[in-house]
Design a protein around this ligand. Sequence first.
Ligand code: NAI
Length: 780
Amino acid sequence: MTVAEIFETMDYGTAPESAAEALAWLVDQGDRFGHFIDGAFTQPGDGFESRNPATGETLATLSQATQADVDNAVKAARKAQKGWENLGGHGRAKYLYALARLLQKHARLFAVLEVLDNGKPIREARDVDIPLAQRHFYYHAGMAQLMDSELPDAEALGVCGQIIPWNFPLLMLAWKVAPALATGNTVVLKPAEYTSLTALLFADICRQAGLPKGVVNIVTGDGAVGEMIVAADVDKIAFTGSTEVGRRIREATAGSGKALTLELGGKSPYIVFDDADLDSAVEGLVDAIWFNQGQVCCAGSRLLVHEPVADMFYAKLRARMDKLRVGSPLDKSIDVGALVDPVQLQSVTEMVGSNTAGQTHVAATDMPQSGCFYPPTLITGLNPADTLMQEEIFGPVLVSTTFRTPAEAVQLANNTRYGLAATVWSENINLALDIAPKLVAGVVWVNGTNLMDAAAGFGGVRESGFGREGGWEGLTAYTRPKGTAKPLKDIQPFTGEGGPLEGVDRTAKLYIGGKQSRPDGGYSAAVWGKNGKLIGHASIANRKDVRNAVEAAQAAKGWSKTTGHLRAQILYYIAENLDARADEFATRLDAMQGGKTGAKEVAASVKRLFTYAAWADKYDGQVHGVPIRGVALAMKEPVGVIGALCPAEAPLLGLVSCMAPAIAMGNRVILSASKPFPLAATDFIQVLETSDVPAGVVNILTGPQSDVAEPMARHMDIDAVWSFGAAELSATVEKGSASNLKRTWVNNGFTRDWSGQEGEGHAFLQAATEVKNIWIPYGE
Ligand code: NAI
């Protein structure tokens, strides 16, 4: 073609990247890989082939890890852990820095290998995946350096099992490995079976960096190997992948004491208002849904367009789609590469094929004749309940509907079981900043999309999982407080016989929706003192009472919008009213528990209420200095409705220690009182009633916690459950929470000193808040 002809057609030429180096590296390794365990590659075993999805060619043969491989990897990680942690922050920082430098030095090799293995365009691997992976190691080298001074009370969890997906193979590895290593953990990581090659190249880099043996171990294989890691002797599982597998892992780890973070799927809304810069919003969509062929957990896959501009916007979007270039991922002028595997291609094809709703536009672009390619697709005119509006397609397929008002946009955006990310386009900053806090998502981008950085936590709510990766909040997921936890004592209620109650008989009721109400089942139980004397009766709550309490708590949504100042005033008022009745509460506590600790417990409860009144307007968010011209606002938001099984051992202080941080941060709570000593909680109802606490903000149930633990854990309208009750309830709560993947915080059979520092502070505030990162570019 002559230059004149090129000017005539304005066609792109090809700009292929050479695969020679990457292929040579594979040949150097003998094209067959074992696992990376204890600092060395094992002999290759029985396995499977890793293919290039763009061409179908086999790249290498990988080993399917056996139980013995996983055991060896965990053993090596365990052996290495203390030594690694004891290197200290600076010692570890030097290794993380070396890893970052090596990733940078071999950036092209990593990028090309990723393209061959995954099918993503080289432009993306080169400009996004690999630089972000490097950034993660640099950032966490800094975190390791600062750990000793900034987190002096934290220590590593131990050995972390990490299971990652195939959409960003090296980047997801970096997200998992860097914070774990920075905080002194060692890891056993399993890459996804379709895309293990860059993880194996990373193993090579670990050797080059001289990383101590056993600190990083990599085993390859499919979901069966993932299950082995989940079941192994590890202290934490960090998982990114499908909601279905995340749910299974939640169930499998329930009650095991293993920490867990889940970063799962999404169906993230992309909202375009009529005053948006429409051309920019169209360009944003290219990054939202056609980036990485739409195989992105936070892809802006659900387009919501303001009705007045919908036709114009769709026209612009179709025109842009038609210009997207689909083809060889190694070609630098390609926009859309191959899906990861024929299985994924089939899944996308079937999902779109089974849809009969709306109008489908398939990009009028040349398609390669073979390979796992799928054309950019737009389906407009869908109803919110249509399958494709609700289910994650995980391919280059955008679905859309329109809205009329900002309120309707929010309603549609939140009409999903997921809550990972959201995008808002508007030139009106007031509108954008009004909408962003109302979106149920862990990340919100304003006039931009798919922005990520190591300094800003990433993660979701609802069925998109829990926990954050990146930033300070990501670090805490890899640490625990220093010190040895004490086992929980089994505290049984006192028993007695007959004997009338002194004074007028009164059966304490439940407290639901601001009213004292009789238990649904109509049963109550006697409460005996240490001396066998009858001191009262308490209601027995059942699952219906849990449901009523949830309804009341949901109706009290207004609480979450109140100011910290107002919440502080109410907490002070509760403290004031409790203090006014201190003697009465002390007498009651002593009568229930025996001994003479009541007065101290009341005083500690008043103090605790003051603590959280103080925090109510001081637990601030952050402004992250992300590397864009703009900011990421890390906003602290309430979790929503929290169910708490209060500790048996501190009937008043334990109840206050759960309630106060939760309501201080704007949550509504359902408290299941101390099972053996319920009457302090029911007396406390009167304190609440005189303290201006709005109806439904605090709900109190009594009776066996085992009756309410499961209904709470399974309830779809409860957002988190804390279990400080009997040891066995930890498993019940964690297992049940898999229903809507709510957050849990359980004691795993250990107690805490409720009267001391362990009974209050940052851990409680963190559990009572979600961090939403709102990215706001500064404009031009
Ligand atoms: P997946 O969730 O099955 O795979 C992710 C990782 O989990 C892989 O390493 C896999 O080997 C491992 N795994 C599979 N079963 C396991 C088990 N029972 N226990 C422990 N580990 C297990 O995802 P898959 O099947 O590859 O993709 C299916 C769908 O999942 C996609 O179409 C997409 O909707 C979603 N997905 C979401 C991702 C995200 O980033 N949120 C990433 C990958 C997939």
